[in-house]
Design a protein around this ligand. Structure first.
Ligand code: ZN
Length: 491
């Protein structure tokens, strides 16, 4: 089993990854709240933890990857006020909340498939785990860290902070939190403005409510992740992931709830991806820069100069380290598009490289650098830079400036198969190579061009010209060479 190093938000340093059960990894990632189309902001955590999931599997671990669907309890406002996001949308659209949930769960999954994000091992929804959440709330009451008031249950942050460290993950200080919440004057029935709801009382006009020991209500947003992560992964479990925007209060609350329920911290490694900005600005509905993934793939948002393929978006995201901020712009995406094209073109050339007795290029050196990059906190931009060093080598062998032997050729092929297709999860379009469809596609074009050579030998110029002109009409550029032909499809 390969060793690798990962940055742990909790310890604030890079650590050698050691799973609780050798050979097995339990990983939980906070999934979407399904009340609208998936947007650019959803793509980064999905792709970051897909990279980690794929890499752990590549290293030989058996991974149980749980990514939840939040379909109840996520309120518009973090201070336990305002509408439930799903219910609010259902009112606007005059639909059942579960129709909203189904519609946007379906579109989220479709977008994830387009981005070649592997489905998680388990995808539990909050509304499907009400009993488990009631149990979690009961455990917090039993341990004395939660209290009931007017049929709602709140987590007692002050009491927790007097014994444990509240703010251990986010680095926030309890004194600063106090001064911030006093200004907001959102205390209401809570003992303190810092307390958060783990169960909320709901009146009959609320559609999504369930019976509980505290009357009809619904679970608080933080409750679901504690209940569902530990149900499927035990406690403690190995890795908890999510976007940096979830660090506080969501993940901070999950640690406090875990300690309240189980007496110890629930997670060994906390991993957070940084966020995406658009032309230097934070994404936000009011700023008009909120781009849905469907708009991105179709080029239908006013900020877009053109459509960008899902693979272009995926490659663009992987070109930045997951802990670095990433700024989205048309220029950056178009550069990513060109880079990806160059990468795929080189990969298709590996099989056809002329084999020599000796290699004048250092293939094992490139492989070692690629492995080291990934083992150092999933450094995908450095990995990609080394893959491009390999692209230069491939081009140089192809141009006859360097040579490669058969062992190095096989190693190079395995390197690109492993890293480009399996780990980075990049899939070529039809014009590229690697998938079964595109392989067959390429063979059909080769077949036509071989028929054209036969036609030329037979001096059947009309057939030969017809094949060449028809291919040209379809966008193919065909070059005759002394060994036969070369072709390229200009998209
Ligand atoms: Zn969560």
């Amino acid at each position: 089993m390969g060793d690798f190093i990962i940055y742990n938000t909790l310890s604030r340093k890079k650590e050698l990854f050691k799973p609780i059960n050798p050979g097995h990894v339990g990983m939980y990632v906070c999934g979407p709240t399904v009340y609208g189309e998936a947007h650019l902001g959803h793509s980064r955590p999905a792709i970051t933890f897909d990279l980690l999931f794929r890499y752990l599997k590549y290293l030989g671990y058996k991974v149980r990857y749980v990514r939840n669907i939040t379909d109840v309890g996520h309120l518009v406002n973090d201070a336990d006020e305002g509408d439930d996001k799903v219910e609010g949308k259902a009112k606007v659209e005059e639909l059942e909340p579960m129709e909203i949930v189904q519609r946007y769960t379906n579109s989220y999954r479709r977008n994830m498939l387009q981005l070649n994000v592997l489905p998680p091992s388990i995808e539990p929804s909050a509304s499907g785990h009400i009993i488990e959440q009631i149990e979690t709330v009961q455990q917090m009451i039993n341990s004395g860290f939660a209290y009931e008031v007017n049929n709602s249950v709140y987590f007692d942050v002050e009491k927790y902070a007097s014994i444990h460290s509240y703010g251990i993950l986010s680095g926030r200080k309890i004194e600063d939190l106090y001064s911030n919440t006093r200004d907001l004057d959102s205390q209401g029935e809570k003992k303190s403005g810092l307390d958060f709801a783990v169960w909320k009382n709901a009146t009959p006009d609320h559609i999504m409510r369930w019976p509980s020991p505290w009357g009809y209500g619904f679970p608080g947003w933080h409750t679901e992740c504690t209940a569902m992560s530990t149900k499927y992964l035990g406690e403690p479990f190995d890795i908890h992931g999510g976007g940096l925007d979830l660090l506080f209060p969501h993940h901070e609350a999950e640690i406090a709830q875990g300690v309240a329920c189980f007496g110890h911290s629930p997670v060994n490694y906390w991993v957070h991806n940084n966020l995406i900005t658009i032309n230097g600005q934070k994404m936000g509905k009011s700023l008009g820069n909120f781009i849905n993934l469907d708009q991105l793939f179709a080029g239908t948002h006013q900020l877009l100069e053109k459509a960008y393929s899902p693979m272009c978006i995926r490659f663009f995201i992987l070109q930045a380290h997951y802990r670095s901020p990433l700024d989205f712009s048309n220029e950056a995406l178009q550069a990513a598009e060109k880079g990806l094209e160059r990468l795929f073109k080189a990969v298709t050339m590996i099989d056809g490289l002329k084999i020599s007795d000796q290699s004048t290029i250092d293939v094992p050196g490139v492989i070692e650098k690629c492995d080291n990059a990934m083992n150092d906190d999933l450094n995908s931009p450095i990995l990609i830079a080394h893959l491009f060093d390999g692209v230069k080598m491939i081009n140089s062998v192809n141009d006859g400036k360097s040579t490669i032997n058969s062992i190095d050729q096989a190693m190079l092929k395995k390197l690109y198969n492993d890293y480009v297709f399996d780990i980075l999860g990049l899939q070529p379009d039809i014009s590229g190579a690697g998938t079964e469809n595109s392989k067959v596609f390429g063979q059909v074009v080769d077949l036509l061009l071989n028929l054209r050579i036969v036609a030329k030998k037979n001096k059947d110029w009309s057939t030969s010209d017809k094949i060449r002109n028809s291919l040209a009409d379809l966008g193919f550029i065909v070059k005759d060479t002394k060994d036969g032909f070369e072709w390229e499809l200009k998209g």
